[in-house]
Design a protein around this ligand. Sequence first.
Ligand code: SAM
Ligand code: SF4
Length: 344
Amino acid sequence: MSNNSLARSPAGPTSTGLVDRFGRSVDYIRLSVTDRCDFRCVYCMTEDMEFLPRKQILSLEELYVVAAAFVDLGVKKIRLTGGEPLVRSNVMSLIERLGELPGLEELLLTTNGAQLHKYALPLRHAGVNRVNISIDSLNSERFKRISRVGKLESVLNGIDAALDAGFDRIKLNSVIMRGYNDDEVLALTEYALSKNIDIAFIEEMPLGEASDHAREDTTCSNAWVRRVIEQKYKLRDVEEKTAGPSRYVRVEQYGHSRIGFISPVTHNFCEDCNRVRVTVEGRLLLCLGNEHSVDLRGILRSEEFTNALLKESIISAMDLKPEKHYFYDKSQPQPVRLMNMTGG
Ligand code: SAM
Ligand code: SF4
């Protein structure tokens, strides 16, 4: 089916919202726009990663149609991710269209920051409200060891460009790994405080096989990360509840920055889960830590495609959303997907 016929398909039913079997409302999607990346972070992918052939991935038009269907169904927030979203060719044309979607309240982006010096301002102008920028080390050699190919300087320049562009909020994401960067918790925290931006520490999740380490040896609990910060700073819990898995604190005397702890391994946050993911292959993934999914690409490319059919499929997929994930529980199936295939 051609891209034009996608755009012309009749509008489907409007809904009062997406709700799963456990009464959780889904109003947030993470949309992966590519599995490709200009980095090869050790916790995310293998060094000799093979990426998907072009015809297996959704076109920009198909990504737009999927996003618009979710927004019609009550989704208020879309995060664009990958892989590295800014390496997808012509991605700005998609972002500009998403920025104009009526009903969408927040358009967010997660990036490795390497190209933000070019893209920060156009992203802001296109309506991106907030950006998350991943950074795991402030030491150039370390940074290279973890990202395998990335240059620290380009990311630091990207963070400054994002600050200049005036996003509503900027958050750094850091995965702390024992033996890699566990001695940089304070340095990363202080860097975020000095820039008046947020930082979230993410526990390394066992998504796919990590090629150069056993994840059990490197995963650091966020309880440990927090204790490190507390040796120097007095932390107080943030009163306002944020949607999502981060638990935030503030540092006394540093009013603006928040420190988040995303603890999917040691702390199950599934009861509040309000999100689903769409991989770049068009797989609607109901949970990060499980394989329950629906093939939206098959629907988009079928002769019977209509927006109504797409929306009905999304509504019925909610029944497949599992109650929770079971990372490291050997009695339960573990995900085989790598994070760049999942959409972080
Ligand atoms: N390339 C972009 C970036 O790095 O921000 C967006 C995609 S990346 C998959 C999204 C987030 O997932 C990043 O913050 C990254 O650190 C995190 N991530 C990747 N693999 C992970 C893993 N196995 N466990 C925990 N976080 C992971
Ligand atoms: Fe690329 Fe992001 Fe994965 Fe690093 S974490 S390899 S930057 S997709």
